[in-house]
Design a protein around this ligand. Structure first.
Ligand code: CDP
Length: 250
């Protein structure tokens, strides 16, 4: 999160540097079943973010001492490709990736019926190919879809979204420039069906009112993103349906 700067992020008409209104998301596109060898997979483009997710499992947890006799463990591994950011990222896990992997695993664990698969692990590989701020929530949103694609039962899909503060105003879904020069960022994730907040982090400072506004903006957006997740899944399964007699194109 940036410090005070002279860079103006909202113009006189109240529009942001990429033309969005305060409550507008960047374009989001989700594709399901993009990898043949994974049990489930998804690809998401969210603004300039490009993230690929592969799910394996439930499979016997290994090494054995990691097994939980009463439920499955969820191992999310968030990784940023060296070429995903402006300045080459040193390959391998760093503190940030370890933290993001942990919070994503914990968020997914609330949604998945883990007690149905004792002693197993569900491995979720999140590969950020291009980063433009908001990669953890883009990865988490795609991970939920990939879990469904793998046939893993869940309460509902987890939806990630973020709101932040730029030029003193609370806005939805910060892009990279806004993340760099804004005053605060609040990534969160919810389970729409139960309204549970399963991830909430904060970078920078909000007043109490601003925090409430930010949560409200993300919650509203989550309904829309949740529909995109469903549509992406439907698109995959529709494309696999055998064509009915009479519908066949010549
Ligand atoms: O991506 P997210 O917003 O979840 O996490 P962040 O730690 O707030 O990072 C914000 C953005 O900073 C990322 O999306 C990347 O675009 C950028 N970044 C970077 O350029 N180099 C890094 N080593 C880490 C992040």
């Amino acid at each position: 999160m940036g410090t005070q700067s002279d860079i103006k992020l909202i113009n006189e008409e109240g529009l942001r540097n990429d033309g969005r209104k305060f409550n507008e998301l960047r374009p989001i596109r989700i594709e399901v079943g993009v990898l043949n060898r994974a049990d489930g997979s998804a690809y998401i483009e969210w603004g300039g973010n490009k993230v690929l997710v592969a799910v394996y499992g439930p499979r016997e947890a290994f090494p054995k001492h990691t097994q939980n006799p009463s439920r499955a463990i969820i191992n999310a591994r968030y990784n940023m490709a060296a070429f995903s950011v402006d300045e080459r990222k040193r390959p391998g896990p760093d503190r940030r990736a370890i933290e993001i992997s942990k919070v994503i695993s914990e968020a997914l664990e609330v949604a998945v019926f883990t007690e149905q698969f004792p002693r197993t692990s569900i491995d979720v590989y999140i590969e950020v190919l291009q980063a433009d701020a908001g990669t953890r929530i883009a990865g988490l949103t795609a991970a939920s879809v990939a879990l469904v694609d793998a046939g893993i039962p869940m309460k509902d899909m987890v939806v990630g979204c973020a709101a932040g503060k730029i030029d003193g105003k609370v806005v939805l879904d910060l892009n990279k420039e806004e993340d760099n020069f804004g005053q605060a960022d609040l990534p969160m994730a919810i389970i729409p069906r139960t309204d549970e907040i399963v991830l909430l982090q904060m970078d920078g400072n909000f007043s109490r009112e601003e925090l409430e506004q930010a949560v409200e903006l993300s919650k509203k957006a989550a309904t829309y993103i949740s529909n995109l997740q469903r549509e992406a899944l439907m698109a995959k399964y529709k494309s696999q349906e055998p064509e009915k007699e009479g519908e066949r194109s010549e």
